[in-house]
Design a protein around this ligand. Structure first.
Ligand SMILES: [Zn+2]
Length: 294
């Protein structure tokens, strides 16, 4: 029975990507199984392991739960990241639909951002380590080596893409007001959405490499000349553009699988990050630290 991915690649799907039809499914690992293994938490959904034609495997989970039940505030970010880690994921691909703040970005672009700005409201649990003071560095929110690899892979497939730019994450579930959107634009943010926070910092706590692909579905409401965003607008755009991601995803996975993690420092995120004195670290914290460093 398959319980681990060999490639180390895990894909977290968002709006428009809650399954991967056409790719061979080789294993489904249920939350109870992972929960028992972790003795901590179970992810929200089964983790699926897929295999590409060339034999490269990867793990997949949809963050919003089947049927898109969980709004961004209620996504089980911690459980999903730890669950993926438990099946051997060390390289996380975060897929998310987003609004466009930077006017020069073309709708339908598959963007690879290089920074995050947290405009959420502090209601999402943001660390695995509730019983210890653990402070990881966020000077490189995304893996500096994986970003260009993924960007080049998308570009090679002749799909509009852009590298760099800040992804601003709002709490939602409502879309931004014009005043908020104009404020984000004036601060130079490129993309606006509701997920990846704290998903990406948590992937860092899990000592993983992170890279995001944003599907740019619409112009944010601060751009007056465009139709205001709505679920209908987003869904229609995803229908137009999700094929781009589905087309290039296998190549992204293969490129990520080939990446040698000794080139970056992501694996050592927890080194020198624990401020709590060792004798005060409880059993569950020790277990979490061991899993994250694995
Ligand atoms: Zn890395």
């Amino acid at each position: 029975m398959i319980t681990q991915v060999q490639s180390g690649v895990g894909v977290i799907g968002g709006s428009g990507l809650d399954d991967l039809p056409g790719i061979e499914l080789v294993a489904t690992i249920y939350p109870e199984t992972i929960g028992n293994q972790l003795q901590i938490v179970a992810p929200d959904e089964p983790i699926k392991i897929f295999k590409l034609n060339d034999g490269t495997d990867f793990a997949f989970i949809g963050r919003h739960k089947k049927g898109h039940i969980r709004n961004p505030s209620r996504v089980k970010y911690r459980e999903n990241i730890l669950g993926l880690k438990a099946v051997g994921v060390t390289k996380f691909l975060h897929v998310s639909a987003c609004g466009i703040l930077a006017a020069q970005v073309e709708e339908g672009t598959l963007a690879v951002p290089d920074d995050l700005f947290d405009s959420t409201k502090g209601v999402r649990p943001r660390t695995f380590f509730a019983e210890a003071a653990v402070h990881i560095g966020m000077e490189q929110p995304f893996c500096p080596h994986l970003m260009p690899i993924v960007h080049n892979t998308i570009g090679t497939a002749d799909i509009p893409t852009s590298l760099g730019g800040t992804y601003n994450i709002i709490e939602g579930p409502q879309f931004s007001t014009p005043a908020e959107s104009r404020d984000f634009i004036s601060r130079g943010f490129c993309y606006n959405g509701m997920t990846l926070m704290p998903e990406v910092p948590l992937a860092h706590e899990a000592c993983g490499c992170s890279v995001a692909v944003l599907i740019c579905t619409d112009y944010d409401v601060g751009h007056k000349k465009h139709k205001p965003v709505s679920v209908e607008v987003v869904k229609a755009a995803l229908k137009r553009y999700i094929g781009r991601l589905q087309l290039v995803l296998p190549n992204i996975v293969v490129a990520m699988a080939a990446y040698d993690r000794t080139k970056c420092n992501c694996a050592s995120a927890l080194d020198n990050a624990v401020q709590t004195e060792e004798e005060f670290l409880g059993e569950s914290t020790m277990r979490l630290l061991a899993l994250c460093k694995k």
